[in-house]
Design a protein around this ligand. Structure first.
Ligand SMILES: *[C@@H]1O[C@H](CO)[C@@H](O)[C@H](O)[C@H]1NC(C)=O
Length: 514
């Protein structure tokens, strides 16, 4: 990689460029430029079954061997790479920019019984490994299974790299696995590699295009899904308008009649449904802390999602490892005041007394849920020695982000929220005695409405969810963030409409626990 003058002595500069080059390159844009015969690092990443991208192990957990070149032994990961289980290790292969290399053996192993079984297991489960050259991912399969002869497992021992360059930049990498040998215990296996450099006309900015699979993300499906959701939005908006029109028309009719009736008749008139509960609707919920916590977290998540999607549209975040996760963590931490503001002000409006407790809970609710899940998965990962096991330092980093960034920012938001909009300004007085809730049909119970209400929003996003999860578990790169933004907006619209309709139904059955 390009030498970066750091104003240090030659010796020092060498060390810096060896160890910290990835940090430096992270900050500078122009570090993907090479001089002739400059070292190009091949990083070995992870190995795992082809059908589940989330199950990964370090490349050298299989009995592969390293090339002769010593150097950077372990890559210094960023936080999000550590969380995603990226485990880059130097391959030890000597690759130089624009220098072709004939087939060269780089190391040898003697296959012990244990090694044999490890390889056999990997090959039978279609393990494939991932490497990086200059941030371009390369996939290769460990071995090959003969369909006709179930006993035979074959291992690929030769890696042939075809690297395309444009000017002084690497724009394309193909790797072919060759040198198929049948595995036998006690056998001596020699691994070799070969490098061919070819001029290429691909532009550096477009070098990730070949990893994007336009067939998979058939735009027609997206449009269909969006059309589908859009219809749902129209239907719901229609329903909401209809409800509003109906009640409004009734109100008008009543006001017209009021002029003819006296006061007593008006009070005992045909009031029913939601008008009966006006003395109770603003009664604070049974668990104000939980409620305001969830409201605050909801605002927070919606805000973070929107920002991250917009960032992803603006910069092609998929081109560098883990950057979406980094951005998400950063935005989440920075947006904590949103959580504090809405949660804190709502809690103050309910007249809650334990606002410090409320703030702690809302600051840590999502991190706790996420970390709890991660911790659980981590246990399983450690048990199986997967590379996704999160190192202790990473846990410490996440914990300190929570304590030193999220908590103070939430405090700021809470204080602001309590002072700016902490006063309740309800249009109706709350009755001293709660009104009894009448018996009603089972589908009008709040719990049933909550569950049924979730169906429509889910229906509006599930096709997009399918794509997101496929990119999560299979080797597809998700890149249609424009669609994601649209779907997110539709989701927001559907959710609001469903909420209005559900609230209306609930209040209409004279249940004030909305
Ligand atoms: C890699 O493979 C693709 C598809 O076969 C080909 O178009 C491209 O030229 C190859 N690149 C190099 C550097 O060989």
């Amino acid at each position: 990689m390009a030498q970066i003058p750091l104003g240090a002595s030659d010796e020092h500069e060498h060390i810096v460029s060896d160890i910290n080059i990835d940090y430096v390159c992270f900050l500078l844009i122009h570090c993907f430029q090479y001089e002739d015969n400059e070292e190009v690092v091949l990083w070995m990443n992870t190995v795992g079954p082809y059908h589940n991208r989330q199950e990964t192990y370090g490349y050298f957990s299989l009995p592969f061997c390293r090339g002769p070149k010593k150097g950077i032994s372990h890559y210094h990961e960023t936080l999000s790479e550590a969380i995603q289980g990226v485990e880059l290790e130097f391959s030890g292969l000597d690759i130089q920019f624009k220098a072709n290399m004939e087939k060269t053996p780089f190391c040898k192993i003697t296959l012990t019984k244990k090694d044999y079984h490890t390889f056999e297991f990997a090959i039978r489960n279609y393990y494939s490994y991932q490497m990086y050259i200059d941030d371009l991912p390369i996939m290769g399969s460990v071995g090959y299974l003969d369909e006709n002869d179930s006993k035979a497992v074959y291992l690929f021992t030769h890696k042939k790299f075809d690297i395309g360059y444009n000017g002084d930049q690497i724009v394309d990498v193909n790797m072919t696995s060759e040198g198929k040998i049948r595995l036998e215990i006690g056998q001596e296996i020699e691994f070799s590699y070969e490098v061919n450099w070819k001029p290429s006309s691909v532009h550096f900015e477009d070098r990730f295009d070949k990893y994007l699979d336009p067939n998979f993300f058939q735009h027609r499906i997206h449009w269909f899904s969006i059309f589908n959701s859009f219809m749902m939005v129209i239907f719901l908006v229609g329903l909401v308008t209809m409800i509003l029109m109906r009640t409004l028309r009734k109100d008008y009719a009543r006001y017209n009649r009021d002029e003819e009736l006296d006061d007593l008749d008006r009070d005992l008139g045909d009031e029913y449904g939601w008008k009966q509960v006006h003395g109770d609707v603003f009664r604070p919920p049974a668990m104000p802390m939980l409620f305001s916590l969830m409201i605050g977290c909801g605002y927070h998540i919606a805000f973070v999602t929107l920002l991250v999607i917009i960032f992803s549209i603006m910069g092609d975040l998929y081109t560098s490892r883990g950057s979406i996760l980094s951005v998400a963590i950063f935005v989440y931490a920075a947006a904590s005041p949103v959580n504090g503001y809405f949660g804190g002000s709502l809690y103050a409006q309910f007249g809650g007394k334990h606002w410090i407790k409320q703030m702690f809970w809302s600051a840590f609710a999502i991190p706790l849920i996420v970390c709890g899940t991660a911790f659980f998965i981590n246990f399983i990962a450690i048990y199986y020695h997967a590379s996704r096991a999160i190192p202790f330092a990473t846990m410490l980093a996440v914990a300190s982000i929570c304590i030193f960034i999220i908590l103070p920012l939430t405090l700021v938001g809470t204080v602001l929220g309590r002072n700016i909009s902490g006063q309740s300004n309800n249009p109706c007085r709350i009755n001293a005695v709660p009104r009894p809730i009448p018996e009603k049909k089972w589908f009008m119970e709040p719990l049933v409405i909550v569950i049924l209400g979730g169906i429509l929003p889910f229906g509006s996003i599930f096709i997009e969810m399918y794509f997101i999860f496929t990119s999560f578990w299979a080797y597809k790169i998700y890149y249609v963030y424009g669609f994601m933004l649209l779907v997110f907006l539709i989701l927001a619209a559907v959710t609001s409409c469903v909420t209005i309709v559900c609230t209306y139904f609930l209040l209409n059955s004279e249940d004030y626990r909305w």
